[in-house]
Design a protein around this ligand. Structure first.
Ligand SMILES: [Zn+2]
Length: 147
């Protein structure tokens, strides 16, 4: 079931820049990483993004995040008084939409925020067992002074 009211995802200028830099550095492979931020009544606020090594056997056509890297991201988030609120990865030659492989892989982790970056731009999704549901993505262009 898709969420009845998609929660907006607010992406800070710093987090957006980090995701764009991760994608550029990983090309032609897929980038991946952690989204750090908070959930509040307005939705999800992505304040920072941290690139992580892509541990997939074929990083040109997929991504995998090591549990140890995931644990380090959680610790990093807590250090900054943030939460690990999701993940990002890149489709350097595709569209910013989940691939069948993405959906199959993330089905075991429903309800997770995920941002995909592709040449056409960035889109945000919440994972579910059989599909990813797009969320409105609001991209800040100026650094946020209050967060
Ligand atoms: Zn993908």
């Amino acid at each position: 079931m898709p969420p009845s009211r998609p929660d907006p995802v607010l992406l800070s200028a710093a987090a957006r820049a980090a995701i764009v830099a991760a994608a550029a550095a990983a090309t032609p492979a897929e980038c991946c990483g952690a989204l750090l931020g908070r959930h509040d009544e307005a939705g999800a606020r992505v304040i920072d993004a941290v690139a992580l090594p892509n541990r997939a056997p074929s990083p040109l056509n997929g991504f995998a995040i090591d549990p140890a890297d995931s644990a380090r991201s959680s610790a990093l988030a807590r250090q900054d008084r943030l939460d690990l609120i999701g993940w990002f990865h890149g489709h350097p030659r595709g569209a910013p939409q989940p691939s069948p492989r993405d959906i199959a892989t993330a089905g075991g982790f429903p309800g997770t925020l995920h941002i995909i970056i592709a040449p056409a731009g960035l889109r945000a999704f919440i994972t579910a067992a059989d599909a990813w549901h797009e969320q409105p993505l609001i991209q800040e262009t100026q650094p946020c002074r209050s967060c």
